[in-house]
Unconditional design. Structure first.
Length: 690
């Protein structure tokens, strides 16, 4: 494969398991199929121009929904057939499947139908199952229900076509693209037809709706679509009628939405008097991964086996255009940190309180009332100390029961040591400084390390002796004071194996940070500092700590400088990128090329999308594909090859987010002697430049 071919393949959304979908809201004229079909065709061509695989239109859009008794007029029904033929002919050169709404007279009955049209032919016809006949709705006056109507085929334009609500359209050349349609009221029922379709494998559920607008109805529609997409682990596309429907008794807002497993990907602006085309890319691979993991979903498939096996699959070839396409969906740079201020506030509140609750339970169940913690002046120990202080308050125990120790070594900076002392003092905990250098020198002398002979050898042994001495002190202090050791290492360090095994910072009696990634801890500290839980002086110290560059401070630097000789992110990669990689690889099982594609979309333009409110302007970065590729390789090597044995022996700690934890007793159970070869080989397929 040439470099240009590799880049083209890398930038193809369909190669990465996405499918582009569109929802159109055309202008309509009541009982004017010729005009309406023209507007449908125009929007379909726009969707084709954007390489969409699907374009959804509203209920009865060929005739308009508000025809009333005109539905019993021969002229209108014949005009609709002519309009359908026109759309079918126009679709010959178009890529997307078109789902259009029309009244169809079949064997003496009139049905409210969705018609699936693709590349010059009709794939099938789906009648509405549930006809509303209450309040402003009188559909049973005109239409028959397609549910249990006794028909499975219909002759239309000289062809015998599949007919019924039990049809899935399966694109054989696009993995996981299986399409189902239902109509308006169908999703209002207790068990929508799309539920059984999802259990039978449909991943893209659609709803052709008219749905007049009343006060607060838009919120209810959104809730319905979100719920159905989440319950079915599917995409759910919805479109309601807009400008042009009769306002004799009703009003229309042109409300279209696209959801994916409870996440809203896009929504139209309501109450416009012009046409709209909403375009979003759906991650079919994500849906397939989630369904594979969710035993509840698979159990439901078995429990409803009769309904599932009754669903019919109609195969077709989509023949998508293979081209470089910019992704039409928002990819958050910080998947663990919401960009919306309200959501971020809620995330921080819940995370903080889960940690406090977990620690409080562990203290009460163990019978201990004291904690021992090492405080370095860095992010993780700072946050763990804050959690410990709040836990003591909640248990009505004195903060002096927190025995906090700062333990400077050979490379501890004045800034971090001062911050550690200032934080401990401001929180009112019991604090003490223990210089670990004498015991480290003794250990280095005992093992005949070159450093003990005056040589400037700062190898991994030199580093681990310091980490081990700190933890050894903490455990001995815990035993001496009838206390437990509080761990501080975070989820990002656990993923990367950036911790000293066994006798080092890997071990504790309980770790409140074990499922909180580094990026979220940074925001948590800023969130706490912005509140009124602690004093103003404490909050100033917290800001100083979170603004300090991350360093293990184990290797001495220039004697005349207080700048650290080691910067963690220069070794293991920027935590914002590595947290991104961790989330999509561990939570969804995505392959490295897809993760790199997503990261490039998220990070190549620093101005794209919203940033979490707690990210200062100075920290807003962008990354090239070459940088993304390099750090992804570092992540995969460290995660899959060298660090699982550490995760297999993690101490207890609470799971915080749905993004998962790496506990060997919970979300992640893997062999310690696995290989990274497969993941690293896939990274070779990622071009260095987009």
């Amino acid at each position: 494969m040439t470099v240009s071919e590799s880049a083209k393949r890398f930038n193809d959304i369909y190669h990465h398991g996405y499918v582009r979908t569109a929802v159109g809201i055309p202008q309509v004229k009541v009982a004017d199929p010729e005009f309406n079909s023209g507007r449908i065709i125009d929007l379909a061509r726009q969707a084709d121009g954007q390489q969409a695989a699907l374009c959804l239109f509203p209920e009865l859009c060929i005739s308009a929904y508000t025809c009333g008794d005109l539905f019993h007029q021969e002229a209108l029904l014949d005009g609709c057939l002519i309009a359908i033929e026109r759309i079918v002919e126009a679709s010959t050169s178009l890529m997307p499947v078109l789902l259009i709404g029309a009244p169809l007279r079949i064997e003496g009955r009139l049905f409210n139908c969705a018609i699936a049209v693709h590349r010059g032919r009709i794939l099938g016809v789906i009648p509405k199952s549930y006809l509303p006949n209450y309040r402003e709705f009188y559909e049973k006056r005109h239409f028959s229900s397609g549910r249990d109507c006794g028909l499975r085929e219909v002759r239309l334009f000289g062809e015998v076509l599949p007919f019924g609500p039990d049809i899935i359209f399966d694109a054989v050349d696009v993995p996981n693209f299986r399409l189902h349609a239902e109509i308006c009221e169908d999703v209002w029922g207790p068990i929508p037809p799309s539920t059984y379709a999802a259990l039978a494998g449909a991943t893209v559920l659609t709803n052709l709706s008219a749905s007049n607008i009343t006060v607060d109805k838009a919120r209810y529609r959104s809730d319905l679509c979100a719920r159905q997409s989440g319950a079915c682990v599917a995409a759910y596309l919805y479109t309601a009628a807009g400008f042009g429907e009769s306002t004799t008794d009703l009003a229309w807002d042109g409300h279209a939405m696209i959801y994916e497993n409870n996440d809203k990907l896009g929504e139209t602006e309501r109450f416009l008097d012009e046409e709209q085309l909403l375009v979003c890319d759906i991650d079919l691979e994500r849906l397939a991964q989630d369904r594979m993991r969710l035993t509840t979903f698979q159990d439901a498939v078995v429990a409803h086996q009769d309904e599932v096996t009754a669903i019919r699959r109609i195969s077709f070839e989509l023949k998508p255009v293979r081209a470089s396409l910019p992704l039409r969906r928002q990819i958050d740079r910080f998947p663990y940190v919401p960009s919306n201020p309200h959501n971020l506030d809620q995330r921080c509140f819940e995370t903080y309180n889960i940690q406090v609750h977990g620690l409080a339970k562990r203290l009460k169940s163990s019978g201990f009332e004291k904690l021992v913690i090492g405080v370095s002046g860095g992010l993780d120990s700072t946050h763990a100390l804050i959690v410990a202080a709040r836990t003591m308050d909640r248990l009505k125990l004195p903060r002096k029961n927190i025995l906090a120790y700062t333990m400077p070594g050979f490379a501890t900076s004045t800034k971090t040591k001062n911050n550690a002392h200032a934080l401990m003092n401001s929180l009112g905990v019991s604090s003490k400084e223990i210089d670990i250098r004498p015991s480290c020198r003794q250990m280095l002398e005992d093992i005949d390390h070159p450093f003990s002979r005056g040589e400037a050898v700062y190898d991994v042994t030199f580093e681990n002796v310091q980490a081990g001495e700190r933890t050894s002190h903490l455990f001995r202090l815990a035993g001496q004071n009838n206390a437990i050791v509080l761990g501080t290492g975070d989820l990002s360090e656990i993923a990367l194996g950036w911790m000293t095994y066994g006798v080092g910072d890997h071990m504790s009696h309980y770790n409140v940070n074990c499922s909180v990634p580094k990026t979220l801890i940074q925001h948590l500290i800023r969130w706490i500092a912005a509140g009124d839980e602690f004093s103003a002086s404490t909050n100033e110290i917290l800001v100083s700590i979170v603004d300090t560059e991350i360093s293990p401070e184990l290797v001495p630097g220039d004697a005349d400088s207080d700048e650290p000789a080691q910067l963690t992110e220069s070794k293991v990669g920027p935590y914002e990128l590595q947290d991104f990689n961790m989330y999509y690889i561990t939570r969804f099982g995505f392959s490295p090329p897809k993760v790199a594609f997503m990261a490039l979309h998220a990070w190549q333009d620093a101005k794209q999308g919203d940033w979490p409110s707690t990210v200062p302007e100075s920290a807003r970065k962008q990354y090239t594909l070459e940088e993304i590729r390099h750090w992804l390789e570092v992540f995969c090597f460290r995660f899959f090859k060298i660090s699982q044995f550490k995760r297999s022996a993690l101490p207890d700690g609470p799971k915080v987010g749905s993004g998962g934890s790496l506990s060997p007793r919970g979300d992640w159970r893997a062999p310690s002697d696995g290989e990274a070869t497969l993941w690293l080989k896939l990274i070779e397929d990622i071009p260095k430049h987009s």
